[in-house]
Structures are given as C-alpha cells and as structure tokens.
Design a protein around this ligand. Structure first.
Ligand SMILES: Cc1cc2nc3c(=O)[nH]c(=O)nc-3n(C[C@H](O)[C@H](O)[C@H](O)COP(=O)(O)OP(=O)(O)OC[C@H]3O[C@@H](n4cnc5c(N)ncnc54)[C@H](O)[C@@H]3O)c2cc1C
Length: 436
C-alpha cells in the first residue's frame, strides 16, 4: 500500500492546482486519475488530420481572470485576444447578434422584481407565456441551454439573473498552444515538488475514518493518506449512478450525496469540423450578406446544433459546433456518425449550402460527446434553486478528512470555467494548510 499525506482524486485543473499548492509546502501528495492523461475536461489535441491544435473541452478564457492569467504568466504560456463578428442566422437571413432579442429589457426588469427563486422555465411560463414572447422564450432557453448547458426546467432564475445583469464586454482569450500547456505545467510542478500522479487509476472505493483514508483503484491498487480531496465531476458521485465509473464511500456520505443530487450537472456535445476551405466565406453567403465573412467569429441559429464558431482571428478552416443542455443530454447515446450527420444537416440549413458541398469540403471531424465520456459524464455545473445550500454542504470538510473541490464546488462569479476549477483547487489546499 502506498502511503502519502494527501490523496487527490482526479488530475483535472482543480486536482492539479490543489496538488501543486500542497506539494510546494512539502506535503506528500499523490494524485489518482482514471483516464490515461491528465486534464479532465481540458483536452487539447494536435493531430495531422487537423490543422493546428484542437480543443475538445475548454477553449476560451472568459475575461481577465486573475488566477488563470497569473498562472499563464508564471508558466510563460502565451495567449491571444479573440474577436470577430457575431451573427444570428434565421431562414438563411444573417443579422448582427446585438439586435437579437426582442422584449429582453422587459424580461430583465421582471426578473429583477422576482423575490422568490423559481426555475427559469417556470418564470417564462408565469410572466412571458403570450404568443408575442415566442421568440424571447426561445432565445432565453437557447442561451441558458447553450451557454450554461443547463436544463431550463431545473436552472435557477436568480443565478441566471446574476449572470445576465451585467453586459459582459470583457475580452476573451485563447491560449496559443491550447489549455493543454497549462495542464502540463501544473503536472510538472506537482512532480517537481515530490508529488506523484498515477494515470489509468480509477478509484472504485474510498474507506475512511477520521484522518485516515484508503482509496482502492480498479486494479486493486491501494493508497492510504490522512486526508483526501475529491475533484471528480459530480456526475461520477451521483448515488444512483449505475455506470462502471461510480465511486463508493464506506461509511457512505449520505448528506453529501443528497446535496450532489440537488446540484445542476449540464450536458454538452462539441463538434469539431476541419474543412478544406472556409465554407462560411462561400460566395453565395457573401452575396446574400454583402459581407466577406473573413471576420466571422460566432454564429447562432435555432437548428438542432445551433451554435458555431471559427478560430478567428487565427486563420483556420476549423468550424466548431456546440450543442448544450437538454438536447445534448437527449442525444448523448447517439453514435458519433449520427451526431455528425445531424451537425452537418444543421450547418447546411443555417448557411444555405448544399449538404453534398459541405460533405465534399469536410476533411475530418471529431465528436466530443462529454456527457457520454467515462469519468466525466457531463459538461459543467449550473445552479438549480437548491444549489446554494447544497454547495455549502459540499464545501464543508467531512471530519476534517474528506474535502470536495472542482468547478462545481467553486463559489464565485466564474462558474463552470477553468478559473473556477483552479480557484477551487487553490481554496481547498489553503483550507487543509491553514484551516480557512
Ligand atoms: C466541452 C466543454 C467546453 C468547455 N469550455 C470551457 C471554456 O471555453 N472555458 C472555460 O473556462 N471552461 C470551459 N469548460 C469548463 C472547464 O473545462 C471545466 O470547468 C474544468 O476543466 C473542470 O475542471 P475540474 O478539475 O473541476 O474537473 P475535471 O477536469 O473533470 O477533472 C476531474 C478528473 O477526475 C477524473 N476522475 C473521474 N472519476 C475518477 C475516478 N473514479 N478515479 C480517478 N479519477 C477520476 C476525471 O477523469 C477528470 O480528469 C468546458 C467544459 C467542457 C466539457
């Protein structure tokens, strides 16, 4: 049995960050990771089939986020500002995104008046059910399902109000060589400070008592420590999870498992399509829009795969499709080939291009179906009306021995991001070291 001071389950951004912080102070840290590579929901690939690097998971830095940017600086990792035009496309008609939601101001006014939280779908039903609001309802639902990957029948109106009340003009960035560089840096730091990272080591069972844990992996490996940090996605800890990647606790964590069920776990499918040419600059589109589309950033539609983006300002023929929320959840068991067909059909309808033309220009594709991905099984956390109380339960250590961390445990404004995961990892390390 390998003995260590602190056992960390999961080598995503949160686990590695916590590992780094603890190892730097001389604590003996051992990280157990189920997959064959670290990073979790950060997965940068570079393959000869794609031009340049491709992000299967996290891709953007959503603003001037202090921890992420400080780490990039420390590691000497370069990044660049994104930009580009945003378009909304309906029935082949392109309009600039800024003009897109009618009745939005009325909607926000009513949302501000709300005194008792309710789900966003109940809110729309209660205040904006009339036919004149059809478009508004569709747009709000699409935004919550697309950006937050939330189920609108569970998502909290208060949480969305907080998120939407400030128009966010903060710059967004991409890391030049991908988020994978940050993961490599953190993993190296853990090892340089004497920590160990075991890949392909799925933890199946955690036996615990005060200041005493034993984690057992799928192949019978045993690791003991005084404390354990659990950073796996919450979907893996669902008590009704019958999948082979579930973790059992002995004694069971009844209160924590009840809390996990109250949290929102989103769903997402990200579709990466490498074309032989930038099909969005096709002459037929230029004629229809009077725009050469060279600066196209994002485009939004109401097709099955509604949201797409280019790599602008980087010159690239990669197009990324994004499907979040309940539709992604409903499609999670489809094969990659089925999802690709649906994505190509959406793209053909949105851009008014022939499906045969799109297929002919497609060089390669990758379907990142995170909701079906073993050891992940979802996108990221969104707030339900019960999340606040549930998160309090999960952020409190169990007998000063079991600690939860990860993007879902983070309390702050950058929910569901890499920043959230890093901040949570840092906070849990500080709690173990200093009790706060
Ligand atoms: C498609 C997609 C796009 C995203 N885009 C962005 C973006 O543009 N910008 C942004 O900031 N954020 C984005 N995010 C969110 C961001 O990726 C996550 O918030 C963050 O990476 C989560 O880190 P984490 O450490 O909390 O969890 P994870 O990265 O999920 O790490 C948890 C680890 O636990 C491991 N694990 C699970 N079960 C076990 C087990 N039994 N034993 C051992 N290990 C186990 C998993 O394999 C995983 O490596 C995106 C997420 C997805 C899915």
């Amino acid at each position: 049995m390998e003995k260590t001071d602190i056992l960390i389950i999961g080598a995503g951004a949160a686990g590695l960050m916590a590992g780094c912080e603890l190892a730097k102070t001389g604590r003996k840290v051992c990280i157990l990771e189920a997959r064959r590579l670290p990073g979790g929901r950060i997965h940068t690939i570079s393959s000869a089939l794609f031009q340049g690097i491709v992000e299967l998971g996290a891709e953007f830095i959503h603003g001037d986020l202090p921890l992420t940017l400080a780490l990039l600086k420390e590691a000497g990792i370069t990044y660049h500002k994104m930009g580009g035009e945003f378009w909304r496309i309906k029935n082949g008609v392109f309009t600039h995104e800024e003009h897109f939601i009618d009745h939005w101001d009325d909607f926000m006014k009513e949302l501000h008046k709300l005194e008792k939280d309710m789900t966003i779908s109940d809110f729309l039903e209660a205040y904006f059910s009339g036919p004149q609001y059809t478009e508004l309802r569709a747009s709000v639902t699409q935004y919550a399902e697309g950006y937050d990957t939330a189920d609108t029948k569970r998502a909290s109106s208060f949480a969305l109000r907080e998120e939407w009340q400030e128009e966010d003009h903060a710059p967004q960035y991409r890391i030049d060589k991908g988020y994978g560089e940050l993961i490599s840096y953190l993993a190296d730091m853990v090892k340089q400070h004497g920590g160990s990272i075991h890949l392909d080591s799925a933890v199946k069972e955690i036996k615990w008592g005060k200041n005493e844990v034993i984690g057992t992996t799928h192949d019978g490996g045993q690791f003991s420590a005084a404390k354990i940090i659990i950073t796996v996605p919450l979907s893996i800890l669902q008590p009704d999870d019958t999948e082979h990647d579930a973790i059992s606790f002995s004694p069971a964590l009844i209160e924590q498992q009840a809390a996990i069920q109250k949290m929102g776990i989103g769903a997402v499918i990200k579709i990466l399509l490498q074309f032989s040419e930038p099909i969005w600059q096709d002459v037929s589109i230029q004629e229809r829009t009077g725009n050469n589309m060279k600066k196209l950033g994002f485009f939004f539609s109401q097709e099955m795969v509604p949201t797409w983006w280019t790599q602008y300002p980087t010159e690239s023929t990669l197009l990324t499709g994004w499907l979040g929320g309940s539709t992604a959840e409903a499609m999670k068991d489809k094969t990659d080939a089925e999802i690709l067909d649906i994505a190509l059909a959406s793209l053909a309808t949105i851009l008014h291009l022939k499906p045969s033309f799109i297929k002919e220009k497609l060089l390669t594709s990758y379907i990142a179906n995170w909701t079906a991905e073993p050891f992940i099984r979802g996108s990221y956390n969104y707030d339900t009306i019960e999340s606040k109380a549930a998160r309090e339960v999960l952020s409190s250590p169990v007998a000063d021995t079991i600690y939860f961390a990860g993007e879902a445990i983070y309390k702050g404004t950058e929910m569901g991001t890499v920043e959230a995961a890093l901040a949570s990892g840092k906070a849990v390390a500080s709690r173990i070291l200093h009790g706060n």
